[in-house]
Design a protein around this ligand. Structure first.
Ligand SMILES: CC(C)(COP(=O)(O)OP(=O)(O)OC[C@H]1O[C@@H](n2cnc3c(N)ncnc32)[C@H](O)[C@@H]1OP(=O)(O)O)[C@@H](O)C(=O)NCCC(=O)NCCS
Length: 176
């Protein structure tokens, strides 16, 4: 195993708790700005059943990922934000964080995940633009991707996805 990959193997991937609030906010603010960090925090602490995970190394939070429930197909999530601190990038930590988040989503019976992101990056987890074709959203296009956590979770479904207002504000802050 290369030294860079061994760092990803040493990191701890876990759900966030209340005591992580300040550190997660600081991480998101440093990567996406304070606007996105604030909305991200509102989503984590709000009533929605979000999945929020961090990558932690030697008691420092170095990565964070959030999945938020959306309305549309049964048990659907939207992935964003996903951020690794610059000093820890390209060490497979982002990859491991996504893998842990998707495993947790499967364990909690979520059926599909949508993301607006780099196809080159998210295709390694099975996300495909073609899988997202059934969904109508404002950010349609080749970067709009979906993954079925259960086989055929999206088979026979088509329609609009409805995102919480806080998520729309987050997407605007991230992608502006
Ligand atoms: C994107 C991000 C989360 C990836 O995390 P990471 O820990 O650096 O990535 P990993 O080490 O797991 O994966 C590295 C691989 O991803 C590729 N990669 C990294 N960022 C990428 C990007 N923006 N687009 C496409 N590929 C990317 C690298 O080239 C590398 O490829 P390889 O495995 O074929 O060598 C991280 O770079 C980041 O926080 N970026 C800024 C915020 C961002 O763009 N988030 C994604 C929003 S959709």
């Amino acid at each position: 195993m290369s030294e860079r990959k061994s760092i990803a193997a040493r990191a701890n991937y876990r759900e966030t708790g209340a005591s992580d609030r300040i550190e997660v906010h600081a991480l998101q603010a440093s990567v996406y700005g304070t606007g996105a960090a604030g909305v991200s925090e509102a989503l984590i602490s709000g009533p929605a059943d979000t999945l929020s995970l961090v990558a932690e190394l030697e008691e420092q939070i170095i990565g964070h990922i959030l999945l938020t429930p959306i309305a549309g197909p049964e048990r659907a999530l939207a992935l964003a934000p996903h951020a690794i601190l610059p000093a820890w990038r390209d060490m497979q930590i982002g990859t491991e964080l996504v893998r842990h988040a998707l495993k947790l989503a499967r364990d909690r019976n979520w059926r599909c995940v949508f993301v607006y992101g780099q196809p080159d990056y998210y295709c390694r987890f099975g996300f495909r633009s073609s899988t997202a074709d059934c969904a109508e959203v404002i950010w349609q296009g080749p970067r709009f991707l979906a993954l079925e956590l259960e086989p055929a979770a999206l088979a026979g479904w088509s329609g609009a996805l409805e995102y919480p207002d806080a998520y729309l504000a987050l997407a605007e802050a991230i992608h502006r």
